[in-house]
Design a protein around this ligand. Structure first.
Ligand SMILES: [Zn+2]
Length: 263
């Protein structure tokens, strides 16, 4: 351990063991995180909906960063067509439940955290209960009905939601934080009744690293929310065109008529 790190660590009451201090030392060295922020990660529970293209990098970074409890939810099994972009999974795990494959990958990187695998498509009260137990929710799903159900549960329970999407070469990410009661929710942006065509990446092309970029950003926003660092992507939608690597940012306003968060 380098002297300046040792000095910094000695200033704190040590609640992490030596291995943890080493494992997370590059976070602890950051003024914005430090021991205090790392302990918030260790005490946190992140719920990840979807163990596919976005869920893979998001889960890998949350696990490596030491988020103490990670719940992975997905009802799908690993398929050969997934492996081009869903980096939690391996060729030898084709046919396994994605959440069990993901659990193996995450525990190999960080055996000290608790990884809960739920091999279901959660709805209604089950979803609501699980969301209410989380400190942050990452929507890494690939369909509008799940997105709306997750948003509804997050608004009801006031748990912050990090929402990502990636299709072809187009990515988007935003944070919907119902804790403060001011910002928009996902349904303010994409009303459920608006008849957006249901497109699933199961049927369309996806540029492999695009899900890595957006999924890693979802992990970054989740960690920032957990430690209370910087400014979240709340009230902004970031859009990426990976053909040109051009980013655009759209300011989002709350819809007072929104059927989920309005009134
Ligand atoms: Zn709304």
């Amino acid at each position: 351990m380098r002297p300046f790190l040792t000095l910094k660590l000695n200033l704190y009451f040590r609640t992490m063991n030596d291995n943890q201090l080493l494992r997370y030392s590059r976070h602890i060295l950051l003024d914005e995180i430090g021991i205090e922020g790392q302990e918030k990660f260790l005490a946190a529970h992140a719920l990840i909906i979807g163990a596919g293209g976005l869920g893979s990098p998001a889960a890998l970074y949350l696990a490596s960063a030491g988020v103490g409890t990670i719940t992975l939810v997905d009802d799908d099994v690993v398929d050969l067509t997934n492996l081009q972009r869903q980096i939690l999974h391996t060729t030898e795990r084709i046919g396994e439940a994605k959440v069990l494959s993901g659990q193996k990958a995450l525990s190999q990187i960080n055996p000290e955290i608790n990884i809960i695998a739920i091999n279901e498509r959660l709805q209604g009260d089950r979803l609501l209960e699980l969301v209410s137990q989380a400190n942050v929710v990452l929507d890494c799903s690939d369909n509008f009905s799940t997105r709306h159900a997750v948003n509804h549960a997050c608004v009801r329970t006031r748990v912050p939601l990090v929402s990502g999407a990636a299709l072809r070469f187009d990515g988007q990410i935003s944070v919907f934080d119902a804790r403060h009661g001011q910002g928009p929710c996902y349904a303010c942006l994409f009303p459920a009744q608006s008849g957006y065509a249901e497109v699933r990446c199961a049927a369309l092309g996806v540029f492999a690293p695009l899900v890595g970029i957006i999924g890693a950003m979802q992990a970054a926003e989740a960690l920032k929310l957990l430690a209370g660092i910087g400014a979240a992507l709340s009230g902004r939608l970031l859009l990426l065109d990976a053909r040109t690597m051009a980013w655009s940012s759209i300011a989002l306003a709350r819809d007072p008529q929104c059927r989920v968060c309005g009134g």
